[in-house]
Write a protein that binds this ligand. Structure first.
Ligand SMILES: [Ca+2]
Ligand SMILES: [Ca+2]
Ligand SMILES: [Ca+2]
Ligand SMILES: [Ca+2]
Length: 262
């Protein structure tokens, strides 16, 4: 409440000092029309803040969202989305699905988890991959420069309905893995989604001294059948600079208010 009354007082101040600003004149009218209107303004502010907090804590607002129920076959194959975040020189991918780490056997087809495909030069040819399981001589968690990908058709026994011609796992690579990344698989609370893959990669994996400004195109198939898949892109924005600009702007605004009040 102290915070809200501070914000309200700040807005009242601004309304008095910036008489020509239409929006702030409206705020002034609201805040000087007695206690009732002041309470209304406070309620609006509380509502806005609650909305902000709810928005941040809503785990279903994925960076890349995938429709629920768009999989072929059982709901075990459903992907829900991917959250992507970054630090100074690392990027983290969290993938939410119903697919178990041990894989799923349908009839005679032993499916296993797909690998993460990354394109860093914007041509949607995925030249990097992270192996999510050990297969074809690759190490789980290894970040590889990929020459070509296995597609779902390479794995399908005859007579199955599945998502054809989709890239699913790393095929051939050039050289050893760039890094053994921190790859984790978690059985998260609840079953919609049921599980989370998480992997954190470094700029050096891609020969980059900094990730800032770098765009990633991402593709992920839930399993070797690609019965669900998702794609999207993410740009590593220069957050610290943005934050300091915002800070400077706020300081400028405060300074301006003070000057006018004097
Ligand atoms: Ca889905
Ligand atoms: Ca590429
Ligand atoms: Ca679970
Ligand atoms: Ca999908």
């Amino acid at each position: 409440m102290k915070m809200i009354s501070l914000v309200t007082r700040f807005l009242e101040n601004k309304a008095v000092s910036l008489k020509n600003n239409k929006i702030l004149i409206t705020l002034k009218a609201l805040s000087t029309n007695g206690g009732t209107m002041n309470k209304k303004l406070t309620l609006v502010l509380i509502g806005l803040m609650a909305l902000c907090v709810f928005g941040i804590s809503n785990t279903y607002a994925y960076t890349i969202a995938d429709p629920v129920g768009d999989q072929i076959g059982v709901r075990t194959f459903d992907l829900y989305g991917m959250n992507i975040s970054h630090a100074a020189n690392s990027i983290t991918f969290d993938i939410f699905s119903n697919y178990p780490k041990t894989g799923l056997t349908v009839g005679s087809w032993n499916t296993f988890a797909g690998d993460l495909a990354l394109d860093l030069n914007g041509d949607h040819v995925y030249e990097y991959g992270v192996a999510f399981t050990a297969h074809d001589g690759l190490t789980a968690g290894g970040v590889y420069a990929v020459n070509n990908w296995n597609i779902s058709n390479n794995y399908a026994p005859s007579g199955y309905t599945y998502n054809q011609n989709q890239i699913v796992t790393i095929g051939t690579v050039s050289g050893a893995y760039k890094e053994l990344a921190n790859l984790t698989w978690t059985d998260i609370a609840g079953d919609s989604p049921d599980f989370k893959w998480s992997v954190t990669l470094n700029g050096s994996d891609f020969g980059l001294s900094k990730l800032e400004g770098q765009n990633f195109n991402i593709f992920y198939s839930v399993a070797t059948c690609s019965n669900d898949n998702m794609s999207g892109s993410y740009t590593v924005t220069p957050e610290p600079a943005t934050m300091s600009l915002l800070g400077l702007g706020l300081l400028g605004l405060l300074g301006f208010g003070k000057k006018k009040n004097a």
